[in-house]
Write a protein that binds this ligand. Sequence first.
Ligand code: AMP
Ligand code: MG
Length: 349
Amino acid sequence: MQTKYFVVDKDEPDLKMMEEAARLLKQGGLVAFPTETVYGLGANGLDSEAVAKIYKAKGRPSDNPLILHIANQEELVPLVTSIPANAQVLMDTYWPGPLTVVLERSRLVPDIISGGLDTVAVRLPGSKVARQLISLAGVPIAAPSANTSGRPSPTSAQAVLSDLEGRIDGVVDGGDCYIGVESTVVDCTTPVPTLLRPGGITVEMLIETLGEIEIDPTLGGSVECAPKSPGMKYTHYAPSAPMVLFEGRYSRIEDFMLEEIQRALEMGKTVGAIVSAETAQRLPENLIVAIYGQRGQTAEIAANLYTALRSFDDYSVDVIYAEGIDEQGLGLAVMNRLRKASGYKIIKV
Ligand code: AMP
Ligand code: MG
């Protein structure tokens, strides 16, 4: 199939192009589109056959449920059985934006969306292009990240095409995503809402709004018990070569990384490194280096993370060493993705 390509302005998308993309969705097709977090791969969320195509195109395991995207808060009502007060507060505070709420699902939501669960995940994205496309399609849009399953999520239309060109009906190119990591997923069916996936809305913000928040125990490290957000159990966000993550204090990470890199080079390996601008200055020359940003600039690091991970695709590196960052603010989401990308091969220093 030929993938149609629509370039639009992110603030004033061309209506004709948007209507054409929405028509593909209404016909049961797959269209990738930008949100403020990452590019999503959209399908009519009320059409099981269309949704099945998402799983096929991505190679996504069928027990990993999808998020439904809506364009207005009122569109949530028919999708769920009730809206708890905590969920309402979260939506009033952070919608439109990078927050996904998990609620009890109504019978309108097809089984295939929820991967066998009684709940549904819903988000009202901040991106104007995303909201306009959903509005024009006139239905909730199921949209996981628009990458091949297991790969880093795409934050540009180019990254979408490199994974899915020829496998999907269209891509709306609205430029790069400015947050760069996926939405925060909060389960609002528990008495105190539970964080299932860290993302664009930080834990600090959630605590400020709600007073308290539970953290899903499987978020901390390698996953032994079944996580409540099924997607979190899969290896994910991984670049094309094995990756080792260093965690600890900056100064110690830098020294230990340099030592490990030296050892790998002496063994004749082709080595990649994903690091801060500061650490990059100390690296030897014969490396493939991806810089994710300045130390401490977590928003910048989040925005650049997936492009940096994907940059190794063009080289055949044997191993990638990654510099961990502080977990405050967006740092928690960044470290969650780096840990998963490394398959939990972590060196604590
Ligand atoms: P993606 O859209 O590819 O970034 O993945 C969506 C994430 O939301 C995955 O981690 C899913 O497991 C999670 N998710 C979707 N629906 C639910 C649900 N009903 N309950 C818990 N987690 C969900
Ligand atoms: Mg994903």
